[in-house]
Design a protein around this ligand. Structure first.
Ligand SMILES: Cc1cc2nc3c(=O)[nH]c(=O)nc-3n(C[C@H](O)[C@H](O)[C@H](O)COP(=O)(O)OP(=O)(O)OC[C@H]3O[C@@H](n4cnc5c(N)ncnc54)[C@H](O)[C@@H]3O)c2cc1C
Length: 296
């Protein structure tokens, strides 16, 4: 199917793009990688009158760490850039594990992490990852910049808090309070598919192997991305043990709200949440031990 008629603009500066969005109001949409917006337009689930393509806006394709360890990911950073990133491979195990599991190589070459957060698909993988890491989104509008914690960014399936004239310019991951460990596991029907179940776990472990911070995000097992707060809480303030891992896995499974569908029963999906949490945390424990041995 062809999309409805729309006006296409490709501004060369952020100010110009924001001005166009302001003038377009509710009828304008940002186009980043186009990997969600274009299919929606072709299916006529979205029919913007104005599409503002930000791909010519300079200075939005980056991911870098500040001196204090804060990670910044610009709005035109593609999934593929993150998949190949040495910075993520060495400092961000949860993000590095998720990047190659997003869609397929063609989608990863165009789609962006920030676009995925804005799209707010309950089956989007990056939202769980960014939530598990306590991240946020920086938005820019004619009124200036504001930082929105990811926990308050999504208001429902395919809905976020951005005003019509706001562009999300970057995602921000705060620095770790210790050594990072964790991962992302995804059950999919075939390679490149959306998650039947996805689990993001991020832990920070200080000297003495105490977990100083933990976050768990669940993909595809509810009407929106789920933060398993109670599960993460049982991990903090003590070392990872088989008992704490088992308890966190049970609480994460209890936090999931899966529905039985063609991908599997609710019971099966809940079981997969538990299994994935256990697997990631058991691996995190091993990788921390290895690091500690190397450092000794
Ligand atoms: C075949 C296929 C398989 C896929 N599989 C997966 C998968 O397994 N896991 C997964 O997570 N995703 C998957 N996706 C979605 C993909 O990851 C998209 O790239 C992502 O959801 C959106 O990023 P984008 O840059 O393409 O955004 P776009 O399609 O350009 O935009 C998506 C929405 O976000 C808004 N938006 C985008 N950027 C901004 C911005 N900077 N500021 C304000 N609003 C913005 C747009 O207006 C639009 O409403 C798949 C897509 C396809 C086509």
């Amino acid at each position: 199917m062809y999309p409805s008629r729309f006006r296409y603009e490709a501004p060369h500066s952020l100010d110009e793009a924001i001005g166009m969005l302001r003038d377009g109001g509710d009828y304008a949409k940002v186009l980043a990688g186009g990997q969600s917006l274009v299919p929606l337009m072709k299916l006529r689930f979205a029919a913007p009158e104005l599409v503002v393509d930000i791909n010519n806006v300079p200075g939005l394709a980056y991911h870098r760490a500040d001196p204090d360890g804060t990670l910044r990911i610009g709005a035109l950073t593609r999934h593929a850039d993150l998949e190949r990133s040495e910075l993520l491979r060495t400092t961000q195990p949860t993000m590095a594990a998720a990047a190659p599991l997003i869609a397929d190589p063609i989608v990863r070459n165009r789609g962006t992490l920030v676009g995925s957060l804005c799209h707010a698909d309950p089956q989007g993988d990056w939202a769980s990852v960014v939530l598990s890491l306590g991240g946020s989104v920086v938005a820019q509008s004619p009124r200036g910049k504001r930082t929105i914690p990811m926990s308050g960014f999504v208001t429902g399936p395919f809905e976020n808090v951005l005003d019509p004239d706001e562009i999300a310019v970057e995602a921000v991951i705060p620095p770790a309070r210790g050594q990072r460990a964790g991962g992302y596991l995804k059950l999919e029907r075939r390679v490149g598919d959306f998650a039947t179940v996805g689990v993001a776990v991020a832990v920070e472990i200080s000297d003495g192997s105490v977990v100083t911070r933990a976050g768990i995000g669940l993909t595809g097992v509810g009407g929106s991305t789920i933060v398993a707060t109670e599960a993460a809480a049982v991990l903090t303030g003590k070392p990872l043990t088989p008992e704490s891992i088992g308890r966190a896995a049970d609480l994460a499974a209890a936090a999931a709200r899966p529905r039985t569908d063609h991908r599997g029963s609710a019971e099966y999906k809940r079981h997969m949440v538990k299994t994935f949490v256990e697997r990631i945390l058991a691996g995190s424990n091993r990788s921390y031990d290895n690091e500690a041995e190397r450092a000794a």
